[in-house]
Design a binder for this molecule. Structure first.
Ligand code: TRP
Length: 435
């Protein structure tokens, strides 16, 4: 099997939490170690500008997310790990895609539609508060993906539509300008955990229920002990499946440990005891990474270096590919002879047969020389197949007779010599079809 390209972006507008780690970072780092895969993981900082206008937050989040991925074991030599805004080819490609993206397509993007629906419900202008960044989000994302010819894009379910839009834009571009882009597919891994947050809903910054991945130990313990549970007393059997605590435990434990915890739930483990067990598990997983993380955060210049190397590696692909795309759409060196024109010229330097239908409904052909001068005028045939057969015979050098300017082929009159053309000219022209 050929190499699979896997690509995903992480918007740099927040601080990584346990849900990001178990749901995205940990599986992505593991996947990047598989043979036969090329992994492209990047910091989507242009996308962050759509979510926040706080410059310090963008900068801080970029640092934290970069440090998190490296601390989580990403091998930056093995993968392509870069910052979106270090690749100027991405916004340039965004424009090329903008020009093939249907406005109607973008009108249907979930995030934009949700904003319009909210505004409509509130009776204000449908586009109130909507900037073009939000509207164009799927085009920028398509550029991220198509630039590197990714086959597979691991994302959350909420992003599937964006991948479909990227396919759509790639298809339109390929149709207009030739096969340049690979059509990507969303990869949704059902085995990957979606972690619940402190209140039992999906862990998400928008619910303010997260456990940040690298909080200090004491803070981690406090947060874990604040996870909402029911009021069952120790000794009362507890429902593992409905428990956020249990799901979090499972995400950081082996199958065997998980089974043992399920039994403990059935047997009425106290919530305090269960929380302590969860804390121990998470702390054991996180502590070594935390140490690495804190060391990285303390030296941002080291991270910059990683990112610069990553950008150089990514641009080694992006720069020549964008040059190809620019050429494809006609953004070209004026001194270069267009390929199509060159091909047309080469073709025009030789005599050509042309077939057409006349107003009388009959099918004709003619032979013209390189300058378009008529050499031979075909008779009218009843069907295009008969006209084609005569042309084919002449091209293949079939023996014919000329009598008084009329060309006879297998006993039939098939054409007449044009005015001022002699038989030698005709035979010379036909000779150019032999090879
Ligand atoms: N929109 C993605 C998210 O919010 C982040 C992202 C930006 C992305 N560009 C991408 C994901 C390209 C996959 C591929 O999660």
């Amino acid at each position: 099997m050929s190499v699979q390209r896997v690509l995903t972006g992480i918007t740099t507008s927040g601080t990584p939490h346990l849900g990001n780690y178990a749901g995205a970072i940990r599986p992505a780092v593991a996947a990047s170690r598989q043979p036969g895969v090329e992994s492209f993981y990047f910091l989507a900082d242009y996308h962050a500008l759509i979510k926040t206008t706080d410059p310090l937050r963008v900068q801080r989040s970029t640092l934290e997310i970069a440090a998190t991925w490296i601390a989580a074991g990403l091998d930056t030599d093995r993968v392509w790990f870069y910052r979106q805004s270090d690749i100027p080819e991405i916004p340039e490609l965004t424009w090329l895609l903008t020009c093939v993206a249907g406005k109607g397509l973008l009108n249907r993007a979930h995030a934009y539609k949700a904003a319009v629906d909210r505004n409509t419900a509130e009776g204000v202008d449908p586009d109130a508060g909507v900037n073009m960044g939000l509207y164009m989000y799927p085009v920028l994302m398509a550029a991220d993906i198509l630039m590197f010819k990714a086959h597979s894009v691991p994302v959350g379910r909420d992003q599937i539509q964006h991948i479909e839009m990227a396919r759509d834009m790639a298809g339109s571009f390929n149709h207009l300008y030739g096969e340049h882009f690979v059509l990507p597919e969303a990869a949704i891994d059902a085995s990957v955990a979606t972690l619940p947050g402190l209140d039992g809903r999906k862990m998400s910054k928008s619910y303010d229920n997260t456990i940040p991945l690298f909080v200090p130990t004491a803070e981690l313990k406090k947060l874990i002990f604040s996870i909402v549970t029911d009021s069952k007393a120790p000794g009362e059997p507890k429902d593992a499946d409905g428990s956020a605590l249990f799901q979090l435990y499972q995400a950081f434990s082996t199958a065997e440990e998980t089974r043992a915890m399920r039994t403990a739930f059935d047997e009425g483990i106290g919530w305090g005891e269960a929380k302590q067990a969860l804390f121990d598990k998470i702390e054991a997983a996180v502590a070594p990474m935390r140490e690495h993380y804190l060391a990285l955060i303390a030296e941002p210049a080291r991270i910059e270096k990683h990112l610069h190397e990553g950008a150089a590696k990514a641009r080694a692909i992006a720069t020549p590919f964008l040059a190809e795309l620019r050429h494809a759409v006609g953004l070209r060196n004026l001194a270069s002879v267009p390929q199509a024109a060159r091909a047309a010229k080469a073709k025009a330097a030789l005599p050509q047969f042309k077939q057409y239908r006349e107003a009388d409904g009959r099918f004709h052909f003619k032979l013209v020389d390189a300058d378009g001068r008529l050499l031979l005028q075909g008779a009218g045939f009843a069907s295009p197949r008969e006209a084609g057969a005569a042309v084919a015979a002449l091209k293949q050098g079939a023996a014919f007779e000329m009598r008084d300017g009329v060309l006879w082929l297998e006993g039939a009159q098939v054409a007449t010599l044009a005015e001022g053309v002699d038989e030698a000219d005709l035979r010379a022209a036909l000779g150019t079809f032999a090879d």
